[in-house]
Design a protein. Structure first.
Length: 436
């Protein structure tokens, strides 16, 4: 007698949904309760027999329950379906669902986050339809993958336009995941992945809120993100959030805290972090050391950041793609401004501008504003307003309140100089920001 043929389709479905044999048995028994009014008696041994191919034609109630658990037609379960079995399935109470495998339409029955918002300065209406989550049943790894695709969408918009409206979108979606976790079934692997994407969404929401100048909202989301990272056991996600928090601390003038947070992130991920993340964290250290006036340590951190970036691969998570030579030179420019070296900051920021990727328009706007500040500190008002004029060119297509506020402060600073070129800029700024 030939050896039984393993049921690879069923194994693939279990992997997709993150289910072990004992968990699938429990899910089958629960599905039988709903379908037939009495709990099933499937065991992990029974599931292993299905997987090994020893049981090629399960009883009708098992097939129906498996179809309900995985929301697939019977012919995708990997079993040998006799004509009798097909006929029996067709006679069940809901043959259209159980025989053809048409699942509940998630688009119609599950709460779907649809967030339309206006990039106010441009009039561009961006419509988001995030991956819908099940209203009932099981959540699988394929659902988690779709959530991650939605998170990538958020960061693509942030890179291009800025994230003022995105904090609310990310918060709402994280809440939807929490609600789905309360009403659906999932295995331990999927549970870990769900906490992970919740943490990622909260981390993103915190960054978007920070970039909008709302520090309280940012801190609340960073705390939520750290909780998700803890429940998922994800040290790299923790380090990502600490990188955000270190940047916020520097913005608030807390040099020592900036260094402490960045060091904690580096220590927690020692030996297992993406080189880009390491480069970002050493850049954060440089900011803290620069603000504290520690020139030698600042230089050492910047050198370490450069060395790590050289080791980075071309691929990177969506949230980390901005970390490149242009970003690190920008961090170096900010650190040298903290050290009272605006001429060096100008050189670095100008070089960083040349190396910045075209997709990062939000960062280009920020760098132009910062370069304007550097020129002004270096006593170069003509170059300062010329660069600020380039930032104004982007004002209508980028919505980044934190850097827009810095541009407004720059406007007030140059207005006091009462030079022909600065007066011209001030007039243009007032017209642009009034009509945008």
């Amino acid at each position: 007698m030939a050896d039984p043929t393993p049921n690879l389709p069923l194994r693939a479905l279990m992997t997709e949904h993150g289910l072990k044999a004992s968990e699938l048995a429990a899910a089958v028994n629960s599905a039988e309760q709903k379908l037939f009014g009495a709990p099933g008696n499937a065991t992990d041994r029974q599931v292993r027999r299905w997987l090994s191919g020893e049981a090629r034609t399960p009883h009708l109630h098992y097939i129906a329950a498996l179809m309900s658990v995985f929301k697939v037609p019977a012919d995708r379960l990997g079993f040998a379906l006799t004509g009798t079995r097909v006929h029996q399935l067709a006679r069940l109470d809901d043959p259209s669902t159980l025989l053809t495998g048409h699942p509940i339409d998630r688009q119609e029955n599950a709460p779907v986050l649809r967030r339309e918002f206006m990039i106010a300065a441009t009039g561009n209406l961006l419509s988001f339809a995030f991956a819908p989550l099940p209203a009932a049943g099981r959540i699988g790894m394929s659902d988690v993958a779709r959530i991650r695709e939605s998170i990538d969408q958020l960061h693509a918009v942030d890179d291009a336009y800025g994230g003022e409206q995105l904090a609310e979108v990310a918060e709402n979606y994280a809440g939807q995941i929490a609600n789905a976790m309360g009403r659906c079934l999932y295995g331990p692997n999927v549970e870990k992945a769900l906490y992970q994407v919740q943490g990622e969404l909260s981390a993103s929401a915190g960054w978007f809120a920070f970039d909008s100048g709302d520090h309280t909202r940012a801190a609340r989301n960073f705390d939520a993100g750290l909780r998700g990272a803890l429940l998922a056991g994800d040290r790299l996600l923790q380090a990502r959030i600490w990188a955000y928090m270190a940047r916020q601390s520097w913005e608030l003038g807390r040099a020592t805290e900036t260094v402490t947070i960045a060091r904690a992130a580096l220590d927690a991920t020692r030996g297992g972090r993406d080189p880009r993340l390491g480069a970002l964290l050493h850049g954060r250290l440089a900011l803290g050391y620069g603000a504290a006036g520690e020139s030698a340590r600042c230089g050492a951190s910047l050198a370490r950041a450069d060395a790590l970036l050289d080791q980075a691969s071309d691929s990177a998570p969506a949230w980390l793609r901005f970390v490149g030579p242009g970003e690190l030179l920008g961090a170096a420019a900010m650190a040298h401004m903290g050290l009272g070296q605006p001429e060096e900051a100008v050189r670095q920021e100008e070089e960083g501008m040349r190396l910045l990727g075209s997709a990062f328009q939000r960062n280009r706007f920020a760098k132009l504003v910062h370069l304007s500040e550097c020129h002004l500190a270096a006593q170069e008002p003509e170059k300062a307003v010329a660069t600020a004029g380039q930032a104004l060119d982007l004002y209508g297509s980028v919505n980044c309140p934190r850097w827009a506020a810095k541009l407004h402060t720059f406007r007030d600073d140059v207005a006091k100089r009462a030079l022909p070129e600065t007066n011209e800029f001030v007039e243009r700024y007032d017209v642009t920001t009034t009509t945008a």
